[in-house]
Design a protein around this ligand. Sequence first.
Ligand code: 5GP
Length: 250
Amino acid sequence: MRPDHGELLYEGKAKRVFASDQPDRVLVEFKNDATAFNAQKRAQLDDKGRLNCQISARLFEALEAAGIPTHYLGLASETWMVVQRVEIIPIEVVLRNIATGSLCRQAPIAEGTTIDPALLDLYYKDDDFGDPLLTEARVRLLGLVDAERLSAIEDLARRVNAVLTPLFASVDLTLVDFKLELGVSTTGQLLLADEISPDTCRLWDRRKSDQSDRILDKDRFRKDLGGVMEAYGEVLKRVQGVCTDPRNCL
Ligand code: 5GP
């Protein structure tokens, strides 16, 4: 179902954002488009939009119940979410509990090494530059956020990790790493934004020992492992087991 919506405000790789009839709310449509490697690899994956929307809604509600402020307001349909209008901060925050992916390509750390406390990496959200790694000095130089806001961002990201790690563990999933985006609401509040889904998290199935079979996230698409939507469906099934059904909001 396509809810009533206003003009298209923004189209990203995985979502479209539309105006609503209220100035401080927008509607987000989750698309079936899959991209990787800065959109050099593309595909249409049937049902991806619904699965990511449904997983995200439940995780946002779990985070909200734990006192973490998010942009999420409710679902408008199976693939549409109502969220607070925010200005996205152009910093991608990555939390790493286990070393893999770009960290192991860029540093002499063995794949699978546990990182405790989690490593927090900041990247500049800009496709033209390929989302480069940031330093605090570069955040300052580019004037992206001030020191106080950066500290609030890091605190929020670590609190998200502290809620999601045990939530996923309770359904035999290891939260390996994930990417967050944050925004500032029309009233100036820092909110967790974007989505939290197998597109943005690495999740390993503790019920499988094989290193490929255990992957239940976008790495199946990145590495051509097949079974991408089956994996996302399994994540939704497990998350449904421990989260309440998301509220409707129109
Ligand atoms: P890595 O730096 O190893 O490529 O990614 C670390 C984590 O952040 C992974 O869970 C990955 O899915 C997520 N991540 C990093 N950058 C992006 C991005 O631009 N888009 C998406 N969807 N996820 C990202």
